[in-house]
Design a protein around this ligand. Structure first.
Ligand SMILES: [Zn+2]
Length: 288
């Protein structure tokens, strides 16, 4: 019965998010020697195969009891080298649940210190605590590859990392900048003012392609233009709500009446709009 239910849920998930693609997929990033994207449903993570082992990120196994093992099985189709590290992009369970399989395989879990603090309180049974944490910067060096981890302050969460492969000029940032899509539920605890500063900092970093935590349209990777577009979208939404808030229209007036017509053809607009408006009402109509 449980198996049948899971199958049904998987099918629903496929039809809604992945348009009948396989549930799980691993793709080599074009033009790289060993950078891969592992996708499970509508979530994805980056892993890097080096001469001395594998650096994996985000287990993406929330609600998928075998998801972490599935991820490892996919890595094993590419290499038999040991999985040395698992990096958490931030503390949200939909991206980092499922790490036990990596720990069992011998990987060391690395995350921002705030991730560990949050996980330690919440004790999610599917999300092992990091073995190592850092605050601002940490570079993972393995088999001739460097993966730079850095923390630039609040944005989508208070633990979101920028992961950068300097040689490939690739960054992996999860959830903060949806590629080609309107922000969604993740806006519920977003830090609007700080995220704008974060966006400006990310634009100054040297990179060309961004791997997002959710697949972009036709699986395309993000560019600096996508970051600029999100910044513009946040500012447009923020300004519109600010004006309305000062007329006393938060929460009800804004949530029931406001539209952002410039973005209405963007994927995710209908579902995401209430979350974006509510968050900016929190800021301009409330002060938080
Ligand atoms: Zn998140």
């Amino acid at each position: 019965m449980r198996t049948i239910l899971l199958l049904v849920l998987s099918c629903v998930s496929l039809s809604v998010h992945a348009q009948q693609r396989p549930m799980v997929q691993t793709t080599k990033v074009e033009g790289t020697d060993g950078v891969y994207i592992f996708r499970n449903g509508n979530h994805q993570a980056m892993f890097i195969v080096t001469n001395d082992g594998v650096i994996a990120t985000d287990p993406v196994a929330y609600g998928r009891p075998d998801g972490g093992k599935t991820y490892i099985d996919e890595i094993r189709k590419v290499t038999d080298k040991p999985i040395k590290y698992l990096i958490y992009s931030h503390h949200h369970f939909d991206h980092i649940a499922g790490g036990q399989a990596f720990k069992d395989a011998g990987a060391k879990i690395v995350a921002h210190k705030r991730t560990k603090e949050r996980l330690a309180v919440l004790q999610d049974p599917h999300t092992p605590l990091p073995d190592e944490t850092f605050d601002k910067r940490r570079t993972i060096k393995l088999g001739g590859t460097a993966l730079e981890l850095s923390y630039h302050g609040l944005n989508h969460s208070d633990s979101s990392l920028v992961m950068r492969l300097p040689k490939e000029k690739i960054i992996f940032i999860v959830d903060t900048f949806p590629v080609g899509a309107f922000p969604g539920r993740g806006f519920i605890d977003f830090y609007p003012l700080e995220a704008e500063k974060f966006g400006q900092q990310v634009l100054k970093v040297d990179w060309e392609r961004m791997i997002p935590g959710h697949p972009g349209p036709n699986d395309r990777l993000g560019t600096k233009k996508d970051v600029e577009d999100q910044l513009t979208l946040w500012r447009d939404a923020s300004e519109a709500v600010k004006v309305a808030a000062r007329e006393g229209k938060c929460w009800d007036g804004v949530e029931k009446e406001m539209k952002l017509p410039k973005y209405e053809s963007m994927p995710g607009y209908q579902n995401g709009l209430p979350f974006v408006l509510r968050r900016y009402c929190g800021l301009w109509g409330r002060g938080t």
